[in-house]
Each structure stands twice: as C-alpha cells, then as structure tokens.
Design a protein around this ligand. Structure first.
Ligand SMILES: Cc1cc2nc3c(=O)[nH]c(=O)nc-3n(C[C@H](O)[C@H](O)[C@H](O)COP(=O)(O)OP(=O)(O)OC[C@H]3O[C@@H](n4cnc5c(N)ncnc54)[C@H](O)[C@@H]3O)c2cc1C
Length: 563
C-alpha cells in the first residue's frame, strides 16, 4: 500500500478532527471533576460557598455559550462550516502547486487533494455513525448524540466530493479529455447521482413521515457509496476497506448481542395508543456496556418484521430485574404491533396462535426495589389497571443498552426533570436512580405533563416504593392534561407527602417557563442539572425558557432527549 502526499494530508485532517474530539473529552473530564467537587462540598457542609470569582464566572459564561450552541444546532452548524472552510482552504493549496507555472491554479492537483479528503471524511463520518462507538462513552454520551457529528461530517464529505468532481470536470474540459467514456468519470457521475438521492431521502420530511423509506435508502446509498468510490479510484480503496471493516464489526456485534439478549416480552394495551411491554432482563449480554438509568434498547420482533429495529427507552434502573417499555402507537411498526395485539385474528403462525392466551393482570408488574441498603428484594405488585384487550407474549431480539454508562445527573446538587407524555420513560428512571442510588442531589423537582390516566397510574406504581427512600428534597408535579378525566377518578393516587417527597397531581398544562425560572431562582449559584424529554415542540419550549431565564453565570447543565 502506497501512501501519497495527499494521503498524508488526509490523515492529518482525520487526526485533527480526532484531536479536537479528545480536547472535548479533556474539557468534559475537567468539568466533571469541578462539578463533583462543588456539589460534594455543598452536600457535606450544606453551606454553599460562593467564590464570586471573575475567572469562575468567565468560565461559566463560556460554558453556557457552548451549551446554548449545542441546544441550538443551527448556530453550531454555521460555526462548524465556517471553521471547516477556514481550515481546509489553506490546506488544499499546500503541495498542490502547478510546477510549471506556480502562479496558476493546479486544478488536477486540487481535485486530487479534495478527492482524498472526501474519502477520509467519508471514513470518519462512517465511524461516528456506529452504535458500538467507544468515542461516545468518553463524552459520557450515547451514539444518538454522536449522530450529529456523523451527519455534519457526511455533509462535509459530500460537499468536498462534489467540489472534487467539478474541479475534475473543469480540468478535463479544458484539456479536451473524454467526459462520457472514461471509467473514472462515469463512476463519478454515479456517485453524484447517489449524492442527490441521499440528500433528498435525508430531508426532515422523509425522516419524519417515511422513516422506513429513509432507513432503506440511507443504507442502500451508503453501501452504494462504498462500492462506487472503491471502483472510482484505486487510491480510495484503503479508506473504503476501513469503512467496511467498521461497519461489519458494528453489525456483527449488534446481531450477536440481539440474539443472545432475546427476551419473551409480555404485552399490554395500556390505553388508547399506548402499549406496555415487560420482560425479564437478560443475565448476560454480548460485548455490551453496563445498564444505566435512561438507557434505551433496540427492539426487533421477528414475528412482526425480520428487519425492523426500533429504539425504546427503558423505564428501569440497573438494579431492577425487568425491562419495561412504554410504546406510543404511531403509523409504522408500532401500529402493526398495536393491530396485532387488538386484532390477533389478522395474524397467523405459531407464536400468534399461542399468544392468544390471556395472562393474569397481576403479572403486569413485578420489579425489584431496594428496601434496605444493599438488599434487593422482589416486590410483587399487582397493578390495578383496567387493561383493554388481551395480554400477549412474543419473542423480541434486544440490542443494547445504549446511552451513557451512568446517570449524568448524579453529580449535581439540584436536578430539574421535565417531560411530556412518554418522555417520562427517560426522566422517571433518572429520578428513581437519584433516589435509590447515591447521588449529590439535595433538591429534585420532577414536572410531567400527561394525558393518560392509565400511564399516570403505572408511573405511580413504579415509584411508590422508592418515594420514601429519597434523601433529597423531592417534589413531583404531574399535570393531567386530559379534559375528560378528573384526578378524583384516580383512586390510588392523590396528592400526598411521603418522607421528603411531595407528590402533587394538578389539572392543566404545565408552564415550563415558570418552573424553570423558579427553580433557577431557588438554586442560585449551586450546580444545577436540567433534563427535558418529550416531543420536539416541548423541547423547543423548554430551550426558549432556558434562554430567557438562565443567567450567564448559572452553573447549569442542560440535557435534551427527543422521543
Ligand atoms: C433514543 C430513542 C428512544 C426512544 N424511546 C421511546 C419510548 O420509550 N417510547 C416510545 O413510544 N417511543 C420512543 N422512541 C421513538 C420510537 O423509536 C418511534 O416512535 C418508533 O420507532 C416509531 O415506529 P413506527 O414504525 O411506528 O414509526 P413511524 O410512524 O413510521 O414514524 C413515527 C416517528 O418515529 C420515527 N421513527 C420511526 N422508526 C424509527 C427508528 N427505527 N428509529 C428512530 N426513530 C424512528 C420517525 O422518524 C417518525 O418521526 C424513541 C426514539 C429514540 C431515538
């Protein structure tokens, strides 16, 4: 394998990106230690020391600008592209000069440099698309968050690839080279066509409304790129080989893990458009990471579809013995699942027939809770939910868990958890984990907006045994937004105080702006973590409220999850 001067510059570009990444890892680690120490000193002395230090304030302001950019991706994208252009323009001019006439552009040299660079960017963008990516762990993050890097690096790779193509065409036209018969050029046209297809199929409209079309097109185009770039130029083969090895490694890990983790799930129709699934947690997993609160898993139900995998967030914390999921019925796979549960006659086959047996309701929930320190016991809870439809049982392949390897909120003194609807699947395990396991939190506020009374009952049943274990001040406010249900209709839940925990059920929509403002005023300079999970609209409201109400020197960490 020969390494040309262009390869050296491309490896330089990849190294630069990875070095910037490691710089972020370093910043994150320093930030982790800083927050841990600040929260620890408050937790042990209960006296907040306000250093009122100009340097600390400057640091917090910079950190808050960074958080703002991460939460508002548009500005981050603009910055990213400007930086990339500024770095790459001088770089393409080095070692590509025209030897005969140094003052002229050397089009073919620049085209070649850009071609190499596009292959290198393709490789690194592939790397960040992998679910089994060790880099995401270094940022205490999940591959979902790395997807941002994957998307932006792909856009950059495609743009560079197109500029490479135009430069080459211009040079060929100037030098009377064939443009319709040359093999390299023909493969170039094919790559250009794939760029158009992948660009169109990636538009938010298709991702949102035709996810399966987007998914299939995306994977076919990625494979197409690998093949065509490989054939386009022999110098690109080494980059494509690396992509293939990484892709195969990731896919094999996921496949073996899913098969090893297969579980028998019990299904319940919890409410209109809400399904509750529960299975015993697999004992061992293949090459996977520890389970943490707020993690999600990918589910494949071969009985319904062999090739579709869908992510769902586990309601559980690591000490639970079960995996529980709440699924909102949408229009694709989840609708097929819902139809199958409601109208089993429409499906045939062994598992389908067997599944018609109705299981007793008291099997709905049986989870472990910590009753005494270090002792785990199973508490059998029969959930007094009036389930509609039959309970069924199906085998599912489970890939995961994915997400951070530990609860990101544990090191903060104050935690505000906001969610809407099924977004509670993320915030509730985070809260239970803060209550049951050791955390630095002295105050936790949980605000949830929910339309389904059944979901509210389930939420209460899961939390019931954890509430009195809270060492921190815990305030839970559930907003019941359905106009047809009064909270008097919920016999098992009422507003109450249990130990340090105050639970309130109120009617009407929550004013997140008010909650954020109040909480920020209460916590002042203490460390503060705010996590929001729900629809895109909910996250937008919360982000705007944060921008309006948080001071530049607030010690705030923001985390958003869109479901
Ligand atoms: C990390 C993560 C955790 C999630 N946790 C939950 C949860 O706990 N409960 C819950 O009800 N939903 C959750 N979701 C959303 C859930 O994955 C989708 O609602 C589900 O895949 C929709 O399937 P469908 O074929 O019926 O969707 P469609 O009706 O085809 O599409 C509905 C929406 O779901 C998105 N979607 C469809 N398939 C996928 C997929 N394979 N991966 C990602 N998004 C997809 C589409 O872009 C679209 O916006 C989560 C999503 C993510 C990314």
């Amino acid at each position: 394998m020969t390494i040309s001067i262009h390869d050296k510059w491309t490896i330089g570009a990849i190294t630069l990106i990875i070095s910037i990444y490691f710089l972020f890892v370093l910043f994150f680690s320093i930030e982790y230690v800083r927050v841990y120490r600040k929260s620890n000193s408050l937790a042990s002395t209960l006296v907040h020391q306000n250093p009122n230090n100009a340097r600390v304030n400057l640091y917090l302001s910079i950190r808050n600008i960074y958080s703002y950019l991460v939460a508002h991706k548009f500005f981050l994208n603009v910055l990213l592209y400007i930086t990339f252009i500024l770095v790459s323009i001088p770089f393409v001019g080095i070692n590509t000069a025209n030897v005969i006439s140094p003052n002229d552009w050397n089009l073919i040299g620049i085209a070649a440099r850009l071609g190499y660079l596009a292959s290198g960017m393709f490789f690194i963008s592939f790397f960040f698309s992998l679910k089994n990516n060790p880099f995401s762990l270094m940022l205490f993050s999940s591959h979902e968050k790395m997807n941002y890097l994957h998307r932006q690096l792909s856009v950059i790779a495609l743009l560079i690839g197109m500029i490479h193509g135009f430069c080459f065409l211009l040079w060929s036209a100037k030098n009377y080279k064939p443009l319709l018969t040359d093999k390299i050029t023909l493969y170039g046209y094919a790559i250009g066509s794939l760029i158009i297809i992948i660009f169109i199929s990636n538009l938010p409209y298709y991702r949102k409304h035709y996810y399966e079309f987007f998914f299939a097109t995306h994977h076919l185009c990625s494979a197409g790129f690998l093949f065509l770039i490989w054939r386009h130029h022999p110098e690109s083969i080494k980059y494509m080989r690396l992509c293939m090895v990484m892709y195969l490694f990731d896919r094999c890990c996921r496949l073996f893990r899913s098969i090893k983790n297969r579980c028998q799930f019990d299904f319940f129709i919890l409410d209109v458009n809400l399904i509750y699934m529960k299975a015993k947690k697999p004992k061992h997993s293949f090459f996977s990471l520890p389970w943490a609160a707020g993690n999600h898993i990918y589910i494949n139900i071969p009985f319904l579809s062999y090739w579709q995998v869908h992510p769902f967030t586990m309601l559980n914390i690591p000490t639970d013995d079960y995996i529980e999921l709440i699924v909102v019925v949408r229009s694709g796979f989840t609708k097929r699942l819902n139809d199958y549960l409601r109208y089993p006659e429409s499906t045939t086959g062994y598992e389908g027939n067997q599944a018609r047996q109705i299981l007793p309701y008291n099997k709905v929930r049986n989870y472990s809770a910590i009753t005494e320190e270090g002792i785990q016991s199973n508490i059998d809870l029969s959930l007094p939910l009036t389930m509609n439809g039959c309970l069924k049982s199906l085998t599912a392949l489970v890939d995961g868990p994915y997400g951070p390897i530990s609860n990101p909120c544990t090191i903060y003194s104050n935690v505000l958890l906001l969610s809407g609807g099924v977004g509670v699947s993320y915030t509730m395990p985070i809260m239970r984990d803060l209550i049951i396991n050791k955390s630095k939190a002295i105050s936790i506020k949980f605000v949830w907006s929910c339309r389904s009374a059944k979901l509210l009952e389930l939420f209460y049943k899961i939390l019931e045994f954890s509430l009195n274990q809270s060492h921190a001040k815990l305030e839970i406010i559930c907003h019941l937004t359905s106009i047809s249900i009064s909270h008097r209709d919920l016999p098992i839940i009422s507003s109450k105080q249990v130990g340090n925990c105050k639970l309130q059920i109120v009617k009407g929509r929550p004013d997140f702006n008010w909650y954020i403002k109040n909480f920020a005023d209460e916590v002042k300079e203490q460390t503060f973590c705010m996590t929001a999970c729900g629809s895109n609209a909910l996250l937008k409201t919360v982000k705007n409220a944060v921008t309006e109400n948080i001071r530049s020197t607030s010690d705030l960490y923001q985390h958003y999850e869109e479901l």
